[in-house]
Ligand binder design. Structure first.
Ligand code: CP
Ligand code: NVA
Length: 327
């Protein structure tokens, strides 16, 4: 498998075999890290990490993974560069490609990261856009594979805002890997129809399937993985909280949803999560709307079924695999 020089912008661009290769490479790199076997044969290389939105996991994963591989990193924060304000994406791509061997980009529209890749002669990695979060998908697949031994045939139910980066990406991932994806939410939050059609066509070739339902009982029944994400994503206005709480509270991941899933079901969440009042926004929302937990209850988040911290760790191993494979 040779992915050298490839961009990593969305999983739609990769074959199931290529995706499986990246997950397996990540498992191998994780094993080596645990055993203290260094894999640092990328010494002398440098990567640029552009973050137009904030991050904990993705930034730390890119930095730790790059350092483990022997590389240097430069972090460009949401306000500290010329990008988009004084310099176009096309010019930024050509400047950075002259200094770095790879570029990570987190920001708004998918078209921005696609444009960056078009003008960059070095690989560009998508660290999250409004539409897709592909590095998160590899971490989720690794977590599922570690737990269930395989991902083929796994039933994954996504509850909440299914028409944004996480819902879209999980639907694509399930279609590609022969998994059964269910978006269990209000029809207002179903993924884009064209993307659903594209995923259905892919799923028809892999043995996967796509289901959209607003029925919690039917949607969670027999699921192996219950997945959710924040109800209001980065870059969305605060004014929409009220509407989202109203629309999505019926699709909160709580004990009833988990109990209706398969007896051995696991809970995943890309994080950060609003499951208690220990955050500034959590406290503000509680004061304003009287709810103490949002997309997932604290009971489920802290339960033995919740693998969210294993999943978070796997961000680093899988991002390392993406850089090692494409550089
Ligand atoms: N899951 C995820 O992308 O987390 P960060 O926003 O902290 O990077
Ligand atoms: N949907 C979330 C994902 C965060 C990892 C957001 O875009 O903010």
């Amino acid at each position: 498998m040779d992915l050298k020089g490839r961009d990593f912008l969305k999983l739609l661009d990769f074959t199931p075999e290529e995706i499986a290769y990246l997950v397996d490479l990540a498992a191998d790199l994780k094993d080596k890290k645990k055993k203290g076997i260094p894999v640092d044969n990328f010494r002398g290389k440098n990567v640029a990490l552009i973050f137009e939105k904030t991050s904990t996991r993705t930034r730390c994963s890119f930095e730790v993974a790059a350092h483990d591989l022997g590389m240097g990193t430069t972090y460009l924060d949401p306000s500290g560069s010329q990008i988009g304000k004084k310099e176009s994406i096309a010019d930024t791509a050509r400047v950075l490609a002259g200094m770095f061997e790879g570029i990570e980009y987190r920001g708004y529209g998918q078209e921005i990261v696609e444009e960056l890749a078009k003008y960059s002669k070095v690989p560009v990695w998508n660290g999250l856009t409004n539409e897709f979060h592909p590095t998160q998908m590899l971490a989720d697949l690794l977590t599922i594979k570690e737990h269930f031994g395989d991902y083929k045939g796994i039933k994954l139910t996504y509850m909440g805002d299914a028409r944004y980066n996480m819902g879209n990406s999980l639907m694509v991932t399930c279609a590609k890997m022969g998994m059964h994806f269910t978006a269990c939410t209000s029809p207002k939050y179903f993924p884009d129809e064209a993307l659903v059609k594209e995923c259905e066509a892919i799923a028809a070739t892999t043995g996967g399937s796509i289901t959209l339902t607003d029925d919690v009982k039917a949607g969670t029944s027999g699921a192996n993985v219950i997945y959710t994400d924040v109800w209001v994503s980065m870059g969305e206005p605060d004014e929409i909280w009220e509407e989202r709480i109203h629309d999505l509270l019926p699709y909160q991941v709580n004990k009833a949803a988990m109990d209706n899933a398969d007896a051995n079901a696991i809970f995943l969440h890309c994080l950060p999560a609003f499951h208690d009042l220990d955050t500034k926004i959590g406290k503000e929302i509680s004061k304003k709307f009287g709810i103490n937990e949002m997309e997932v209850t604290d009971e489920v988040f802290e339960s033995a079924q919740s693998l969210v911290f294993e999943e978070a760790e796997n961000r680093m191993h899988t991002i390392k695999a993406v850089m090692a494979a494409t550089l």
